[in-house]
Design a protein around this ligand. Structure first.
Ligand code: PGA
Length: 251
Protein backbone atom coordinates (compact mmCIF):
# COMPACT_ATOMS: atom_id res chain seq x y z
CA UNK A 1 0.00 0.00 0.00
CA UNK A 2 1.34 3.41 -0.97
CA UNK A 3 2.23 5.66 1.92
CA UNK A 4 0.95 9.22 1.60
CA UNK A 5 3.85 11.63 2.19
CA UNK A 6 3.56 13.90 5.22
CA UNK A 7 5.30 17.27 5.35
CA UNK A 8 5.27 18.52 8.93
CA UNK A 9 6.37 21.91 10.24
CA UNK A 10 7.54 22.13 13.83
CA UNK A 11 7.38 25.77 14.88
CA UNK A 12 9.02 25.13 18.26
CA UNK A 13 9.06 28.18 20.59
CA UNK A 14 8.68 30.73 17.80
CA UNK A 15 5.96 33.12 16.53
CA UNK A 16 3.40 35.24 18.34
CA UNK A 17 -0.26 34.26 18.00
CA UNK A 18 -0.76 36.83 15.24
CA UNK A 19 2.35 35.70 13.33
CA UNK A 20 1.33 32.06 13.74
CA UNK A 21 -2.13 32.73 12.28
CA UNK A 22 -0.57 34.64 9.37
CA UNK A 23 1.84 31.81 8.57
CA UNK A 24 -0.88 29.16 9.00
CA UNK A 25 -3.08 31.05 6.54
CA UNK A 26 -0.22 31.11 4.03
CA UNK A 27 0.37 27.37 4.50
CA UNK A 28 -3.32 26.67 3.92
CA UNK A 29 -3.10 28.66 0.66
CA UNK A 30 -0.02 26.61 -0.37
CA UNK A 31 -1.99 23.42 0.13
CA UNK A 32 -4.92 24.31 -2.07
CA UNK A 33 -5.75 21.39 -4.33
CA UNK A 34 -3.01 19.13 -2.93
CA UNK A 35 -4.34 15.62 -2.53
CA UNK A 36 -1.28 13.43 -2.95
CA UNK A 37 0.43 14.55 0.26
CA UNK A 38 -0.48 15.63 3.76
CA UNK A 39 0.69 18.80 5.47
CA UNK A 40 0.87 19.47 9.19
CA UNK A 41 1.95 22.41 11.33
CA UNK A 42 2.77 22.43 15.05
CA UNK A 43 2.41 25.88 16.64
CA UNK A 44 2.99 26.76 20.27
CA UNK A 45 0.21 25.85 22.69
CA UNK A 46 -0.75 29.52 23.00
CA UNK A 47 -1.37 29.82 19.26
CA UNK A 48 -2.82 26.38 18.70
CA UNK A 49 -6.54 27.24 19.00
CA UNK A 50 -6.27 30.29 16.72
CA UNK A 51 -4.22 28.31 14.20
CA UNK A 52 -6.69 25.40 14.22
CA UNK A 53 -9.48 27.88 13.50
CA UNK A 54 -7.48 29.57 10.74
CA UNK A 55 -6.91 26.31 8.83
CA UNK A 56 -10.23 24.63 9.67
CA UNK A 57 -11.46 24.84 6.06
CA UNK A 58 -8.22 23.50 4.60
CA UNK A 59 -6.60 20.06 4.58
CA UNK A 60 -3.77 21.31 6.84
CA UNK A 61 -3.51 19.30 10.04
CA UNK A 62 -2.54 20.93 13.32
CA UNK A 63 -0.31 19.20 15.84
CA UNK A 64 0.85 19.86 19.36
CA UNK A 65 4.57 19.79 20.18
CA UNK A 66 4.01 17.52 23.17
CA UNK A 67 1.11 15.94 25.00
CA UNK A 68 0.25 14.09 28.19
CA UNK A 69 -1.61 10.79 28.58
CA UNK A 70 -4.65 11.36 30.78
CA UNK A 71 -7.92 13.16 30.21
CA UNK A 72 -7.27 15.37 33.23
CA UNK A 73 -4.91 15.22 36.18
CA UNK A 74 -2.74 17.30 38.49
CA UNK A 75 0.07 17.61 35.92
CA UNK A 76 1.30 21.19 36.04
CA UNK A 77 2.49 22.46 32.68
CA UNK A 78 1.00 19.61 30.64
CA UNK A 79 -1.77 19.44 28.03
CA UNK A 80 -3.96 16.35 27.73
CA UNK A 81 -4.86 14.53 24.50
CA UNK A 82 -8.52 15.08 25.38
CA UNK A 83 -7.86 18.84 25.46
CA UNK A 84 -6.09 18.62 22.10
CA UNK A 85 -9.07 16.97 20.43
CA UNK A 86 -11.33 19.57 22.07
CA UNK A 87 -9.20 22.30 20.47
CA UNK A 88 -9.34 20.76 16.97
CA UNK A 89 -5.87 19.24 17.17
CA UNK A 90 -5.41 15.59 16.19
CA UNK A 91 -1.66 15.08 15.96
CA UNK A 92 1.17 15.38 18.46
CA UNK A 93 4.97 15.35 18.21
CA UNK A 94 6.41 13.14 20.96
CA UNK A 95 9.95 12.41 22.09
CA UNK A 96 11.48 15.27 20.12
CA UNK A 97 15.20 15.44 20.82
CA UNK A 98 14.78 18.80 22.55
CA UNK A 99 12.35 17.13 24.97
CA UNK A 100 14.71 14.19 25.45
CA UNK A 101 17.97 16.11 25.79
CA UNK A 102 17.03 19.49 27.28
CA UNK A 103 14.09 18.41 29.46
CA UNK A 104 15.31 14.91 30.24
CA UNK A 105 12.29 12.99 28.95
CA UNK A 106 13.11 9.30 28.83
CA UNK A 107 11.64 6.43 26.85
CA UNK A 108 9.20 5.52 29.66
CA UNK A 109 7.46 8.86 29.79
CA UNK A 110 7.50 9.15 26.01
CA UNK A 111 5.85 5.72 25.82
CA UNK A 112 3.09 6.88 28.18
CA UNK A 113 2.57 9.91 25.98
CA UNK A 114 2.29 7.70 22.86
CA UNK A 115 -0.25 5.39 24.52
CA UNK A 116 -2.26 8.36 25.81
CA UNK A 117 -2.37 10.00 22.39
CA UNK A 118 -3.59 6.76 20.76
CA UNK A 119 -6.26 6.31 23.42
CA UNK A 120 -7.76 9.69 22.50
CA UNK A 121 -7.28 9.25 18.73
CA UNK A 122 -4.51 11.82 18.47
CA UNK A 123 -1.91 10.69 15.91
CA UNK A 124 1.49 10.46 17.61
CA UNK A 125 4.68 11.32 15.73
CA UNK A 126 7.31 9.43 17.70
CA UNK A 127 10.76 10.98 17.21
CA UNK A 128 13.93 8.93 17.48
CA UNK A 129 17.53 9.80 16.73
CA UNK A 130 21.12 9.43 17.82
CA UNK A 131 23.54 12.12 19.03
CA UNK A 132 26.82 12.77 17.22
CA UNK A 133 28.68 10.96 19.97
CA UNK A 134 26.46 7.90 19.62
CA UNK A 135 26.95 7.88 15.84
CA UNK A 136 30.70 8.19 16.14
CA UNK A 137 30.77 5.27 18.57
CA UNK A 138 28.78 3.17 16.09
CA UNK A 139 25.77 3.07 18.42
CA UNK A 140 23.21 4.55 16.04
CA UNK A 141 21.24 1.33 15.49
CA UNK A 142 21.32 0.38 19.18
CA UNK A 143 19.97 3.78 20.22
CA UNK A 144 17.26 3.74 17.55
CA UNK A 145 16.22 0.21 18.48
CA UNK A 146 15.89 1.14 22.15
CA UNK A 147 13.97 4.36 21.51
CA UNK A 148 11.64 2.63 19.07
CA UNK A 149 10.90 -0.54 21.03
CA UNK A 150 10.49 1.28 24.35
CA UNK A 151 8.53 4.12 22.81
CA UNK A 152 6.10 1.66 21.20
CA UNK A 153 5.73 -0.68 24.18
CA UNK A 154 2.07 -1.68 24.50
CA UNK A 155 1.09 -0.35 21.07
CA UNK A 156 -0.86 -3.18 19.48
CA UNK A 157 -0.96 -4.29 15.86
CA UNK A 158 -4.39 -2.68 15.51
CA UNK A 159 -2.95 0.72 16.45
CA UNK A 160 0.49 0.78 14.93
CA UNK A 161 -0.52 2.12 11.52
CA UNK A 162 -1.90 5.20 13.31
CA UNK A 163 1.62 6.01 14.48
CA UNK A 164 4.09 8.12 12.49
CA UNK A 165 7.82 7.72 13.19
CA UNK A 166 10.29 10.57 12.69
CA UNK A 167 14.00 9.87 12.39
CA UNK A 168 15.85 12.98 13.50
CA UNK A 169 19.59 12.62 14.01
CA UNK A 170 20.29 15.03 16.88
CA UNK A 171 23.46 16.29 15.19
CA UNK A 172 21.43 17.44 12.18
CA UNK A 173 18.76 19.41 14.05
CA UNK A 174 19.09 23.16 13.70
CA UNK A 175 22.75 22.79 12.73
CA UNK A 176 22.48 23.14 8.98
CA UNK A 177 24.10 19.67 8.71
CA UNK A 178 21.69 17.31 7.00
CA UNK A 179 22.20 13.59 7.03
CA UNK A 180 23.12 12.58 3.49
CA UNK A 181 20.31 10.87 1.65
CA UNK A 182 22.21 7.59 1.98
CA UNK A 183 22.69 8.01 5.74
CA UNK A 184 19.02 8.84 6.19
CA UNK A 185 17.78 5.99 3.98
CA UNK A 186 20.00 3.52 5.83
CA UNK A 187 18.41 4.36 9.19
CA UNK A 188 14.90 4.55 7.72
CA UNK A 189 15.30 1.08 6.24
CA UNK A 190 16.57 -0.13 9.61
CA UNK A 191 13.54 1.37 11.38
CA UNK A 192 11.24 -0.34 8.91
CA UNK A 193 12.99 -3.66 9.48
CA UNK A 194 12.49 -3.21 13.24
CA UNK A 195 8.80 -2.54 12.64
CA UNK A 196 8.60 -5.77 10.62
CA UNK A 197 10.07 -7.64 13.60
CA UNK A 198 7.84 -5.89 16.15
CA UNK A 199 4.68 -6.20 14.05
CA UNK A 200 4.58 -7.67 10.55
CA UNK A 201 5.61 -6.68 7.06
CA UNK A 202 2.21 -5.58 5.76
CA UNK A 203 1.79 -3.25 8.75
CA UNK A 204 5.40 -2.00 8.62
CA UNK A 205 4.89 -1.16 4.95
CA UNK A 206 2.02 1.17 5.87
CA UNK A 207 3.85 3.17 8.55
CA UNK A 208 5.17 6.56 7.57
CA UNK A 209 8.74 7.36 8.58
CA UNK A 210 9.65 11.06 8.33
CA UNK A 211 13.15 12.46 8.16
CA UNK A 212 13.99 15.56 10.20
CA UNK A 213 17.14 17.62 10.64
CA UNK A 214 17.92 20.68 8.51
CA UNK A 215 15.45 19.82 5.76
CA UNK A 216 15.49 22.73 3.31
CA UNK A 217 14.17 23.58 -0.15
CA UNK A 218 17.60 22.57 -1.52
CA UNK A 219 17.66 19.03 -0.12
CA UNK A 220 14.03 17.99 0.19
CA UNK A 221 13.72 16.49 -3.30
CA UNK A 222 16.66 14.11 -2.93
CA UNK A 223 15.60 13.06 0.58
CA UNK A 224 12.02 12.43 -0.53
CA UNK A 225 13.26 10.31 -3.44
CA UNK A 226 14.56 7.67 -1.00
CA UNK A 227 12.34 4.58 -0.82
CA UNK A 228 11.85 4.59 2.95
CA UNK A 229 11.57 8.35 3.50
CA UNK A 230 7.87 9.17 3.63
CA UNK A 231 7.95 12.78 4.66
CA UNK A 232 9.82 15.49 6.49
CA UNK A 233 9.70 17.05 9.93
CA UNK A 234 10.91 20.59 9.34
CA UNK A 235 11.99 23.15 11.93
CA UNK A 236 13.74 26.32 10.77
CA UNK A 237 12.61 26.15 7.15
CA UNK A 238 8.97 25.79 8.25
CA UNK A 239 8.97 29.27 9.78
CA UNK A 240 9.00 31.04 6.42
CA UNK A 241 6.03 30.69 4.09
CA UNK A 242 8.16 30.59 0.91
CA UNK A 243 10.62 27.94 2.03
CA UNK A 244 7.90 25.75 3.53
CA UNK A 245 5.87 26.13 0.34
CA UNK A 246 8.80 24.77 -1.67
CA UNK A 247 9.21 21.87 0.76
CA UNK A 248 5.49 21.07 0.59
CA UNK A 249 5.80 20.98 -3.20
CA UNK A 250 8.81 18.64 -3.21
CA UNK A 251 9.30 16.84 -6.50
P1 PGA B 1 15.46 21.83 11.83
O1 PGA B 1 14.58 21.15 13.01
O2 PGA B 1 14.72 21.60 10.55
O3 PGA B 1 15.54 23.28 12.20
O4 PGA B 1 16.79 21.15 11.86
C1 PGA B 1 13.95 19.93 12.82
C2 PGA B 1 13.22 19.51 14.07
O5 PGA B 1 13.70 19.78 15.17
O6 PGA B 1 12.16 18.88 14.00
Amino acid sequence: MARKPLIAGNWKMYLTVADAVELATAVAASCKGLTDREVMIAPSFLAIVSVAEAVADSPVRVAAQNGAWKKEAALTGEISPFMLIDAGVNMVILGHSERRHIFGEGNDIINQRVLGALEYKVTPILCVGETLDQREQNNTFTVIEEQLTEGLKGVGAEQITEVVIAYEPVWAIGTGKTASKEQAQEVHAYIRSLLVTLYEKTLADEIRILYGGSVKPENVDSLMAQPDIDGALVGGAALKAESFDRIIHFK
